[in-house]
Design a protein around this ligand. Structure first.
Ligand code: CA
Ligand code: CA
Length: 340
């Protein structure tokens, strides 16, 4: 009898331990979760890049990542405003000024929140929310906020931080549309010959009327060191548009290497942004053995240079951009090809 009683006590004690532990494990695994993790979608990354300038100048370009489905329209837009060489505000480091904006609209539901993060530069850099500060315990922000309030934000003084800056914005009164736009500074704490790359991601959580969804829109911003001044150190590129910098003193020529296939008819165009800067840029094409095969060197300032050429052997061809002593500017090299 005594033995049975002991067994009974041990059994109860065992159940008393096993049941709560099981429940805890199940709940840790999300088994009883009241609000399941929203369906997550990460949109393909958009990359924007520019060659690192050695002077202060306007950039005025847009990088944009858009996601639209039948229930929502979302976008992250970065307006690259200008490049501030040796910026006095940031201890003489270069700074890239930009405006970051997020727009989200849900047809039949609401936007819950928007999180924006800047992360992953392998070189020392900082990201600052321009003119966001705390005064007497209150937060002050510059920017446009439509149906959004700032729940939190962070930015790091330590240049080595993996995460550079972030903010959490909450939808006000279950809004069907939100908009956010604020100026930011990306401070490059390196010498001019270093390349930087940072990821900007907006994570938008919305409710479509029945369930929550979370969409991540990433944009990678790259600032690349000068495309050097020789065949040996030429930067490898592919088709598309490439924005670069040229300077009569520091950086008078740029070399590019590109793989081209036999019988491709390629079109190379060299242009400069408005307003006119009075530069004379020349464009040259070299075959894989380094022989000059085509050029465009009009003697009019600010002219568009263009080469169309039928490739007679597959290999690494070379493109050279040359600036006669005439100032500095950004330029865009556009390369396209058609098969015969
Ligand atoms: Ca250059
Ligand atoms: Ca160069």
């Amino acid at each position: 009898m005594e033995e049975n009683r002991r067994k009974w006590i041990i059994s109860v004690a065992t159940i008393a331990i096993i049941v709560p532990v099981s429940l805890m494990v199940l709940s840790l695994n999300g088994f009883f979760s009241q609000s399941p993790t929203p369906e997550g979608i990460t949109v393909e990354t958009v990359t924007w890049e520019i060659e690192r300038p050695s002077e202060m100048l306007g950039i005025h370009q847009i990088a944009e990542n858009i996601y639209t489905n039948e229930e929502a329209s979302l976008n992250l837009t970065i307006y690259l405003d200008d490049y501030d060489e040796e910026c006095g505000m940031y201890g003489g480091y270069d700074s890239l000024a930009m405006n970051v904006s997020v727009a989200a609209e849900v047809g039949n539901g609401f936007v819950k929140n928007v999180n924006i993060t800047f992360y992953n530069d392998t070189q020392p850099s900082q990201v600052r929310w321009a003119d966001w500060y705390r005064l007497n315990g209150r937060l002050h922000y510059t920017g446009q906020f439509e149906n959004l309030s700032v729940a939190d934000y962070s930015q790091y003084r330590e240049s080595e931080q993996y995460m550079k800056a972030s903010t959490n914005l909450e939808g006000i009164n279950k809004p069907s549309a939100v908009y956010f736009n604020t100026p930011m500074h990306w401070i490059l704490r390196t010498a001019n010959d270093k390349s930087h790359q940072i990821t900007v991601a907006s994570e938008i959580t919305y409710n479509n009327g029945t369930a929550y969804k979370r969409v991540v829109l990433p944009i990678v911003l790259r600032v690349i060191a000068d495309a050097d001044d020789s065949f040996e150190t030429a930067r490898t590129i592919s088709f598309g548009n490439h924005t670069a910098f040229i300077h009569w003193g520091d950086d008078p020529e740029d070399y590019y290497r590109i793989w081209l296939d036999q019988n491709q008819v390629i079109n190379i165009q060299l242009s400069m942004p408005e307003p006119p800067s009075g530069l004379y840029l020349d464009l040259y094409l070299y075959s894989p053995d380094g022989s000059l095969v085509a050029n465009s060197t009009s003697r009019k300032p600010d002219s568009i240079e263009q080469i169309t050429y039928t490739i007679n052997q597959s290999g690494n061809w070379y493109i050279r951009v040359l600036n006669l002593p005439s100032g500095y500017n950004l330029y865009t090299l556009s390369i396209g090809a058609e098969q015969p």
